[in-house]
Every structure is written in C-alpha cells, then in structure tokens.
Design a protein around this ligand. Structure first.
Ligand code: GLY
Ligand code: MN
Ligand code: MN
Length: 429
C-alpha cells in the first residue's frame, strides 16, 4: 500500500457497529473483491471491496472475514482468513500480509490461512441461525458481472440450505454513509492532494498543451503524494469535449479561447475526493464564459447551503433546479414564458444541466447510501452543478465535497481555488 498505516481503531469500531445491528445468533461473511484477469499472465490493478475494507482495513485479495459475536467458541467470534504466501507468490507477486501485520492492520486477533476456511466455517455454522451475506445493493450497480460474495452465497446455499439468509447491505448502507473523524481525515487528505494537483495544472496549462499532458501532471502529483491514484478516470475536457459528461479520451489539444473542464480527484487509502473545475486555457475568461462560470458558482453556493441534516435528495434537486432555471434565464438560455408553461416532470433546465447535483462520497465515489433517507450529520456529499451549452462549445462544472456537521456544513475543498479571479491570478503569475 502506498498510504500510511491507518489506526486500526477505525475498523474495530466499524465491526462493533455492524454486529450491534445484526440479529442474535448471526454469522456474517464478507469477501474481498475478485481479481480480474487482464490477459494471459496479468490482472487489473486490485481494488478492495469497500465493505470489506471498511470492516477490516485489509487491502489484499482472497481475504475473508467472519463475524459471529454469539459463537459458542470464543476463538471464532471474529476471524480473518488470508492467503498464505509461499516462495512462488513472494517471487512473482511480492509481499503478502503476515498474520502479525494483518492483526495490526485490522485489530482482529484470530487470523487463519485460507486453507482452513471451510473446516472452521463448517465447525461453527450450525450454531448460527442467520447468515448475513454482503450483496452489492448500490441502486446504480449494474449486475453484468457476478461478484465473489454472490458466487460464494450460491455455494453456501447449496451446502447450508436451511439457515436464514440476511442482507448485510441494509446495515452497511446505514453505517457507511456516516463518516467518522478518521474517515473525514482520510477524505480531507484526498482533497488536499487534489488541490495540489489542481494548482500545479493551473500553472502548467496554456494554449497548445494537450489534455494527456495535463493528465500526466495530475498523475505525477497524486503518486508522489502517496495517493493510490485517480479516484475515477479523470475528465480533462477542453472546449466542446466538456459537453460529453463522462469524456475521458483526454487526447485533444487545448485551444486558445476555450475553457477546459476538469473532473479529477485523488484516491487516498481507498477514500475518494471528487472535484470539478473549469478554467480558461489562456488564463482569462471571455465575458460570456465568465458569466456562465459565475452563474454555476452562484448555484453551487446556494446548493451548498442546503446540504445540511434533514434535507432529502429529491427535494434538494428540485430546489437546485429552480435556482439553476433562474440563472439560465439570466444567461438568455431559457425563456421565462416557456418556463412558466413547462412540464414539471420534465423541467427545461435539464437541457443545460442534465445530471444530479449531489451524491454521497466515501469509499466509493458514488458512495453507497439510500437516496430516500434525509441527509445526516457525518454525511459527505458532492455539490456539482454545471451548465453545458452545445451551441457554444462550452461546458462548465464546479464540484466541491461537503461534510455535514452539527452546525451546518464544512467544505472539504474550501482551499481549492474556485473564484474566477483567483484562478486567473494563479494562471497569470
Ligand atoms: N467524477 C464523477 C462525478 O462527479 O460524479
Ligand atoms: Mn466529479
Ligand atoms: Mn461527483
């Protein structure tokens, strides 16, 4: 791992909170993510399952966690199974956790090698009434690829058909959405690294630079600061490319007079930032670009005020839509009379602002959370309004990450330049 060791109190506490919410006599099983083959002898970079990481801090493939607080055998109330290394693995893949290292990382005392999993499970499972399985219940998750927890569940059901199976996801959804102080610190670190990369890019950008050169600058800054890498495929979209919401070809030249939309951020210790900024390639916004920019910034400022405990996402989006509508009228993009007659189910602002304003952020960039539950203290949400004008080859999005506190909210990106003058000043110095 590139990041500094995390205090295992985070994971001890997370497990404690999880088992507090399970039924009596329940055994929960969590699997690490699959490794995905890339070609003959290669896999894609391993990415830990966020729930598994949340409960263990273990960043290694083929690991299994069993939580069984009511287990009659004290040795198996909390057990971690790990891949046992050998000479071959050491030569070809490198270091794997020793039991001592895994104990230190996770705070779990009882660590076994994977070869002992079936036997140990068999010895305790009949004493459990419920088995909690960790299905992926993110409502945006596409089920095209079967994942490890689901496959293991199929096998388990055949072997132990009469247990009562339960969903861990319902508990994880409530737990993960409320960030602890340590998680906020890690998220802040991801934001701070992102800040440095952004300022570096502002100093680097000029007409004639390519989008991929900017990507290289960002990647260099991320890695030298111990980020795992990009939180998501970076979007470096100059000119009309910014209209494509998930543009990441990043292969064009940045032209004089264009605005470039950046949506990039660091991942640090599996925690993500998610930032967007839009800046003039030549260091000065035109009058029109500036008008659109300031409109988006005003919408963001107003929207951020609503990111407080008690707000419900759907109502919030409607309110932001109203603010955006009046800005779009101000910019001459919408007509007031047309707006008065609009179908409320298909508001006109969506022509220029076609995505949601906010999503939860954490171990997943689009973090696991209920979209119907009101915001709570400890939530971290993005705020990312944008205006995309195809006819003008102009797309502007601004995105900050907001923590909800007892007394309102705190912008974790407050230090990242966002005022147009400030951005121009950095670019021209
Ligand atoms: N970068 C992904 C998003 O803003 O949602
Ligand atoms: Mn983003
Ligand atoms: Mn986002």
């Amino acid at each position: 791992m590139k990041y500094k060791a995390i205090d295992n109190g985070l994971f001890i506490n997370n497990r404690k909170n999880f088992v507090l919410r399970t039924k009596p006599n329940a055994l929960a099983i969590f699997h690490a993510n699959d490794e995905f083959p890339r070609s003959g002898d290669q896999t894609f970079i391993f990415k830990q399952n966020p729930d598994f990481f949340y409960l263990t801090g273990i960043d290694q493939e083929q690991s299994i966690l069993i939580l069984f607080p009511d287990c009659p055998n004290n040795a198996y109330k909390e057990v971690l199974f790990l891949r046992q290394t050998n000479e071959h693995i050491a030569i070809w893949e490198g270091h794997k956790y020793t039991k001592e290292e895994a104990r230190a990382a996770s705070g779990i005392e009882n660590i076994y090698w994977l070869s002992e999993y079936e036997t140990i499970l068999q010895s305790i499972i009949y004493y459990a009434e419920y088995i909690y399985i960790n299905t992926n219940e993110n409502d945006k998750y596409g089920h095209g690829v079967p994942y490890r927890d689901l496959r293991m569940y199929e096998a388990l059901k055949l072997k132990y058909p009469l247990h009562k199976y339960e969903r861990s996801a319902l508990i994880m959804r409530d737990l993960r959405v409320i960030k602890s102080a340590m998680e906020i610190e890690l998220t802040q670190k991801a934001c701070d690294i992102t800040n440095d990369a952004f300022v570096r890019v502002l100093k680097f950008l000029k007409p004639g630079v390519t989008e991929y050169e900017i990507e290289a600058e960002i990647t260099h800054e991320f890695l030298r600061q111990q980020a795992t890498g990009h939180a998501y495929n970076p979007i470096l979209a100059s000119g009309k490319n910014a209209i494509v919401l998930h543009y990441n070809d990043n292969n064009q030249v940045c032209n004089d007079g264009d605005v470039i939309l950046f949506d990039f951020a660091a991942e640090y210790a599996n925690y993500n930032a998610d930032m967007s900024r839009s800046v003039p390639v030549n260091g000065r916004f035109t009058k029109r670009q500036r008008a659109v920019y300031d409109a988006v910034l005003r919408v963001m400022r107003e929207a951020v005020k609503m990111i407080v405990a008690g707000t419900v996402l759907g109502d919030y989006q409607d309110e932001v839509g109203k603010i955006m509508t009046s800005e779009l009228i101000g910019l001459g993009l919408l007509d007031r009379h047309d707006v008065e007659k609009q179908d409320v189910k298909a508001p006109l602002y969506k022509k220029y602002f076609m995505h949601g304003t906010s999503h939860h952020l954490g171990l997943d960039v689009h973090d696991f959370a209920s979209r119907y539950k009101a915001f709570e203290v400890g939530n971290v949400l993005t705020c990312e309004p944008g205006i995309y004008i195809t006819e003008e080859g102009l797309g502007i999005r601004i995105e900050n990450n907001i923590l909800i506190t007892e007394s309102g909210n705190r912008d974790l990106m407050v230090n990242i330049p966002v005022e147009a003058e400030h951005i121009e000043e950095i670019m021209n110095n």
